[in-house]
Ligand binder design. Structure first.
Ligand SMILES: Nc1nc2c(ncn2[C@@H]2O[C@H](COP(=O)(O)OP(=O)(O)O)[C@@H](O)[C@H]2O)c(=O)[nH]1
Ligand SMILES: [Mg+2]
Length: 167
């Protein structure tokens, strides 16, 4: 499920698509992309710019843009919006302190005209950490999205260290 569900929905005819991974810094975006690509995740540095990975996923070619999420560089996210097919918003479910910040940033992102046609996956990451919010609690982020009349069809809880849940 997850990414693959998005890809199926997005463009049934087109086989190549652009996926934008965003979310607050430290939510696990780079780890997820590396895991999907079968790469080592034991040492990961904060992403200051962006990484692109082209991944073959069944009959699709996914160009995954993993963009740094630190507060100071969030204003650059807009440079990556063009032609985005799928938006993956990664939440650190254990970061209760920044949940409001997380909601606010997602709220802002979904006001973007250029993302209006993109499908959204909210990924409740770090479920393995004790005290992490459950996917149902993370879904409050989604209700905020629904208030904006944006269409969200996927809200898939994923535990990063269980790769079977990823795709
Ligand atoms: N416990 C736990 N740690 C994770 C998980 N996913 C990522 N991490 C850790 O969270 C930290 C930030 O990950 P990173 O991929 O750099 O986050 P990014 O800033 O969103 O790209 C790293 O130390 C990862 O090992 C997860 O599901 N569970
Ligand atoms: Mg990163």
């Amino acid at each position: 499920m997850g990414l693959l569900s998005i890809t199926r929905k997005i463009k049934r005819k087109e086989k190549e698509m652009r996926i934008l991974m965003v979310g607050l810094d430290n939510s696990g975006k780079t780890t997820i992309v590396l895991k999907i690509n079968g790469e080592d995740t034991s040492v990961i540095s904060p992403t200051l710019g962006f990484n692109i990975k082209t991944i073959a996923c069944q009959k699709y070619t996914l160009n995954i843009w993993d963009v740094g999420g630190q507060r100071t560089i969030r204003s650059y996210w807009r440079n990556y919006f063009e032609q985005t097919d799928g938006l993956v918003w990664v939440v650190d479910s254990s970061d209760l302190r920044r949940l409001d910040d997380c909601k606010m940033e997602l709220d802002n992102l979904l006001k973007e005209e250029r993302l209006s046609g993109a499908s959204l996956l909210i990924l409740a990451n770090k479920q393995d950490i004790k005290g992490a919010l459950t996917p149902a609690e993370i879904a409050k982020v989604r209700s905020l999205v629904d208030n904006l009349n944006c269409k969200t069809e996927y809200n898939t809880p994923v535990t990063m260290f269980d790769q079977r849940n990823l795709i």
